[in-house]
Design a protein around this ligand. Structure first.
Ligand SMILES: [Zn+2]
Ligand SMILES: [Zn+2]
Length: 262
């Protein structure tokens, strides 16, 4: 069992959970050729994808969804609001099997439970996944703050992919126009490095041992800054990297790295 990041940034998000026999995708935010190429780097092909779980309708999460899922007949799952938005905006044709989520669902041997995320989308969600080997995994990006619902969804997971979108100083002093700064920084925008670090503390206390920082802003963050924020924050609370937890910062495009979850 492994987790594999195909891409992670405001230009495109997609990640895989499973093994070489098959698995599921979370989001499909790059085109079908790029998805196929990225899967090929770790020995996977599109036919091995049993389902695609969509967090919300923003283009960096669904850019390749219609073409990829309809070409290979892959079932698509999302919240009712997300599915309606995708169908209405013709970002999904319905040529592929489409399912609205209103609770836990089994797909590809996994039990996937959606939880609401506070984000400026129609009905965005994150995903808590129970794997056949007993591991549990949370995938959670695009949230303005770690709400109670989010914490319920991610606490207790062994491995958590969590957004660490922006450094507050870089955002406030950066090139974004005021309305966009306000949007990113709001309670329904994105998660800052500070908010991410504080959330990780709760996760370590609840037993999580492995993290992947995701969806870093290209303008308002840097991988080494996101990493340092979390590692130093946790160190001040007596939690040591390599001992109490392991942490990866996901690259914008894949470098072929798999995170082993066996
Ligand atoms: Zn996004
Ligand atoms: Zn979004």
């Amino acid at each position: 069992m492994f987790f594999y990041n195909l891409c992670s940034s405001s230009r495109g998000n997609s990640s895989f959970l499973g093994d070489l026999n098959g698995g599921i995708l979370f989001d499909a935010g790059i085109g079908p050729r790029s998805l196929t190429k990225a899967l090929g780097l770790v020995g996977l092909c599109p036919e091995k994808i049993r389902a695609i779980f969509v967090s919300h309708e923003h283009s960096d999460h669904v850019q390749g969804l219609e073409a990829f899922s309809s070409r290979y007949g892959i079932p698509v799952y999302g919240s009712r609001g997300t599915i309606e938005a995708l169908l209405n905006r013709r970002l999904l044709s319905g040529k592929q099997p489409v399912f609205e989520l209103d609770g836990p669902v089994e797909a590809g041997g996994f039990l996937i439970t959606p939880f609401a995320t506070p984000h400026d989308a129609v009905q965005s969600v994150g995903f808590h996944t129970d794997c056949p080997n007993g591991r549990s995994v949370a995938v959670c990006t695009d949230l303005g703050h770690p709400s109670e619902t989010v914490m319920q969804g991610i606490l207790g997971c062994d491995f958590v992919m969590l957004e660490s979108n922006y450094d507050r100083k870089m955002l406030l002093n950066g090139p974004y126009p005021p309305f966009l700064k306000q949007r990113v920084n709001s309670r329904s925008g994105h998660l800052s490095n500070d908010q991410c670090a504080q959330t990780l503390e709760q996760l370590v206390l609840s037993g999580a041992t492995r993290f992947a920082l995701a969806h870093l802003s290209e303008e308002n963050n840097r991988p080494e800054l996101a990493r340092a924020h979390s590692v130093e924050y946790l160190a001040r609370r007596g939690m040591r990297e390599g001992c109490d937890y392991r942490l990866d910062v996901l690259p914008r495009t894949t470098e072929g790295g798999r995170i082993d979850l066996s």
